[in-house]
Ligand binder design. Structure first.
Ligand code: FE
Length: 281
């Protein structure tokens, strides 16, 4: 059965950290939670004032944050002692588990910044695991390319190309796709999974649907199976899919747990200095 559009979502303009401007499409009143996806932000500006404040030290618990830097350089540091600079094309896939405190600050004072941060929920049984990093340099991200399409495989697979994220509980697909010709991009989605497309350059439409989806728009997809995407202007877009977790969620800013009580204890642990369970120095 053909996959169809469920909702077309215009992101809201907001800011986070110390005033970094961004467009939030999941994690808003319109679509609070698209299980297992808690948040999707596109950050991007060529004005340094929009990003120089960065994201000073802040905690997370119970989620995975996946940062994909299309353009720009950010330095990250965290409570496990990890330090590194994310460069254009790199991905940082962080399983916060029981908790980390980290900062993400620009390692650039001018030029264009553009990227994405996706928050993926963790199931109750993994929320208090030790934190874990998966860092993918741009040259480790495998790409499929032919005359019609270019696909960077961050997670999941496309044709014979497999991503580096293995044995993950939500079995994620995270593809960065550019349609190059008049030929459609075709992909078979897992029927039970939640899937979305985020267009970030050009415009697309799904086969058999007149709606034109423009840049900086999200579409959530109905469960269907066979996805067929066309573009006349060499669109670029993300295709993300994952298995729903199906548990109650309680949100408290950077903490996402199952109950209100767990949020309250995360906040009080952060206040009294007992938040970080692993690697504390
Ligand atoms: Fe963060």
């Amino acid at each position: 059965m053909r996959t169809t559009i469920n909702q077309i979502i215009s992101p809201i303009n907001t800011s986070d950290g110390a005033g970094v401007k961004l467009k939030r499409s999941i994690g808003t009143q319109l679509i609070d939670y698209f299980d297992p996806f808690l948040m999707l932000d596109e950050f991007g500006s060529d004005k340094s004032d929009d990003y120089l404040g960065g994201f000073p030290a802040h905690p997370h618990r119970g989620i995975e944050t996946v940062t994909y830097m299309l353009n720009g350089e950010f330095e990250h540091k965290d409570s496990t002692g990890a330090v590194g600079v994310m460069k254009s094309g790199d991905v940082q896939w962080m399983k916060t588990g029981s908790g980390i405190i980290h900062s993400e600050m620009p390692a650039m004072s001018e030029g264009k910044l553009h990227g994405f941060q996706l928050w993926i929920n963790m199931p109750a049984e993994k929320k208090m695991d030790d934190p874990e990093y998966i860092y993918l340099n741009s040259n480790q991200i495998k790409t499929y390319e032919d005359a019609d399409v270019k696909v960077k495989v961050i997670a999941g697979s496309f044709k014979e190309v497999n991503g580096s994220i293995k044995k993950h509980n939500i079995d994620p697909t995270y593809l960065d796709i550019q349609i190059i010709s008049e030929q459609p991009f075709k992909y078979n989605l897992e029927y039970e999974y939640n899937s979305f497309i985020y267009v970030y350059s050009g415009s697309i439409h799904l086969d058999g649907d007149d709606s034109e989806i423009k840049s900086s728009h999200l579409i959530t997809l109905n469960k269907g199976g066979s996805l067929v995407v066309r573009s006349e202007n060499r669109a670029k877009f993300l295709l993300v899919s994952g298995k729903p977790i199906g548990e109650p969620i309680a949100r408290g800013g950077p903490f996402v747990m199952n109950t209100r009580e767990e949020i309250i204890s995360a906040i009080s642990e952060y206040k009294n200095g007992t938040f970080v369970k692993v690697g504390a120095k």
